[in-house]
Design a binder for this molecule. Structure first.
Ligand code: F6R
Length: 580
């Protein structure tokens, strides 16, 4: 994971690097650092948030510079401290790295045997040492030799004592080139530089970028490569809180408008979505919430009589999967850069299987490498916990299922969704009241059956990741097979009940928990006797999750708020998980 940015040009380098890091903070936020190149190289690092680094930079006398590199870290090798923070410097080489080097130990042992010393426990320092080891006259050649030895993933921005050029290279980790009249950037994400430019180029694997005063060149195997300059339609506006205290709340509140946009785009133009009718064996793959969106879709497609398997990417990539010529693999990913999901996609591609990407970030690896893609068009999602992207993933999957098996009720209900969502999200007073009851609890359970269970999975993940309250989702009938022993006086149990067919069964399971002291919160489509109940409008079963999950998202938000949590950046997490 981690975010990197490098810049050479006429803009204020510190401003470029610090503002870029703030926008990359979603990629990891346990420590950060910058290196500036003037007559010498100056490195400043700090544990904590980018604001801590910024304070430190303000108190430091800085060298004159037109070039620098910077990094925000999500620790993979070595604990969180300044020593392990990037940039790393060995000999004449200073660099920042996003990714994981799998053969770092082997390379390190080899370099130690040749007399090279190390200061940190990171795989990144090994890369710096390796480039320095190979460096004689040409840094470009040294980098080319070093990456030949590396196994794993990397995006690197590199500076050198002897050179006033900035170098960068990537393999499996994202890195793009940003281009403006005043200078050239490399960054993990275009969002980090949108206040300077929206012009960018994608970089292929192991293409080395060399940036100097005149611009840049891209080189692979000694030959220059020309890459198209593209224009991003994202704007810096997408980073604005628009008066909300947190991005999570802002992004939940954006859901009605975004859902409306997708409905307007596809409801009467289903031809714009891929035709999946030739497939009868669908594998749906994702991680975390994206996997849970897949679990919703599994229920939808199965109702249509299609064979569906849904798995987390980190398992799928290593399983013995049996494909046939009617298999389609659907990859769900907001970022399009999740390492395990990329590996799952490549596994299917290598077997000659068609893949469909449901992604938010266009130009991402998954968007580029899949057979078909549908963009969810959520705009930039800043909060680490996904909300709007999940809802749009579910909406797209629901539309795909409708396209395979159309009916009139669906279309009628679809068009009502944005307004219904608006009304539901307006009930903030009630959600806050519920949050007041939940925020003091140690354990929360979510129970439901079939598609309601898939909803529970996301509701439970949202609550635990932002509020740090332990919570679990159970198939309603499963609770009594062990876990019910954890239910005690006041334990909150959410009962999600939208499926008419199994309503009575789930309610019986809720009663079993209540008999053991549980405090029930019912979320369903029919009124009940329960004191705490959230009634959502009854809509077509393929659309129901789109009205229920936002309610659970917003309750999770208010619980985390009451507990004073760092809502947009929960501890230990990162927005884009680019390591295995
Ligand atoms: C949870 C969350 C994560 C992501 C997961 C996959 O709120 O955001 O579980 O859903 O890391 O990320 P993407 O969708 O970028 O592949």
């Amino acid at each position: 994971m981690c975010g990197i940015i490098g810049y050479k040009g006429k803009d204020n380098v510190i401003d470029v690097l610090i503002s870029g890091l703030k926008k990359l903070e979603y990629r990891g936020y346990d420590s950060s650092g910058i290196a500036l190149k003037g007559k010498d190289i100056q490195i400043i690092k700090s544990v904590g948030r980018i604001s801590d680094l910024e304070e430190k930079v303000k108190k430091t006398e800085l060298i004159d510079t037109d070039m620098g590199i910077a990094h925000t870290r999500w620790a993979t090798h070595g604990e969180v401290n300044e020593e392990n923070a990037h940039p790393h410097r060995v000999g004449k080489i200073t660099l920042v790295h996003n990714g994981i080097i799998e053969n770092a130990k082997e390379i390190k042992d080899n370099l130690i045997s040749k007399g090279v010393g190390f200061n940190s426990n990171t795989d990144t320092e090994v890369i710096a040492a390796l480039i320095d080891f190979y460096y004689e006259n040409s840094l470009e050649e040294a980098i080319a030799k070093a990456i030949d030895d590396l196994k794993g993933s990397y995006a690197l921005a590199i500076i050198c004592d002897d050179s006033d050029k900035l170098y960068a290279v990537r393999c499996e980790s994202p890195l793009i080139l940003g281009i403006s009249d005043k200078g050239t950037f490399v960054t993990s994400d275009i969002g980090a530089i949108l206040n300077y430019t929206n012009k960018y180029s994608l970089l292929g694997e192991n293409e080395i970028v060399v940036i100097d005063d005149n611009g840049y060149k891209i080189v692979k195997d000694g030959k220059e490569i020309h890459r198209e300059v593209m224009t991003s339609n994202l704007t810096d506006e997408d980073n604005d809180l628009h008066g909300y205290p947190h991005y999570m709340l802002k992004e939940i509140m954006e859901e009605p408008v975004l859902v409306d946009h997708i409905i307007n785009k596809y409801a009467d133009n289903l031809d714009a979505l891929p035709d999946l009718s030739k497939y009868d064996n669908i594998h749906i793959i994702g991680c975390g919430s994206a996997y849970y969106a897949g679990m919703i879709a599994k229920n939808l497609f199965e109702e249509d009589g299609i064979r569906v398997e849904c798995d987390v990417a980190s398992e799928y990539r290593y399983r013995n999967i049996i494909y046939d010529d009617k298999t389609l693999v659907i990859l769900i990913s907001q970022s399009g850069e999740t390492a395990d999901t990329i590996a799952a996609m490549r596994k299917a591609t290598e077997e000659g299987i068609d893949t469909l990407a449901i992604v938010n970030v266009d130009g991402s690896t998954i968007a580029r490498e899949s057979t078909y893609k549908v963009l969810i068009e959520a705009g930039r999602e800043v909060a680490v916990a996904t909300t709007k992207a999940y809802i749009l993933q579910v909406l797209i999957l629901s539309l795909l299922s409708y396209k395979m098996n159309p009916d009139n009720k669906y279309l009628k209900d679809l068009k009502k969704l944005p307004q219904q969502l608006n009304v539901l999200l307006d009930r903030t007073g009630y959600f806050k009241k519920l949050a007041d009851q939940i925020y003091v609890r140690d354990d929360v359970f979510f129970i439901g059956r079939k598609i309601d269970y898939a909803i529970c999975l996301e509701g439970s993940l949202k609550l635990k990741e932002v509020s740090y309250i332990h919570s679990d989702a159970y198939q309603a009938g499963e609770l009594k097979h062990g876990t019910i022993s954890l239910v005690e006086d006041g334990t909150v149990v959410f009962g999600i009940v939208t499926d008419d067919f199994i309503r009575d069964k789930t309610i019986s399971n809720l009663e079993e928990a209540i008999s053991r002291g549980a405090k029930a919160i019912y979320v369903g489509t029919e009124e009940t006797k329960y004191e705490d109940q959230i009634i959502v409008p009854k809509v077509h079963s393929k659309l129901q999750p789109i009205l229920v999950v936002p309610v659970l998202q917003i309750i999770a938000y208010y619980v985390a708020f009451k507990r004073g949590c760092d809502i947009d950046k929960p501890k230990n997490l990162a927005k884009s998980v680019t390591v295995e």
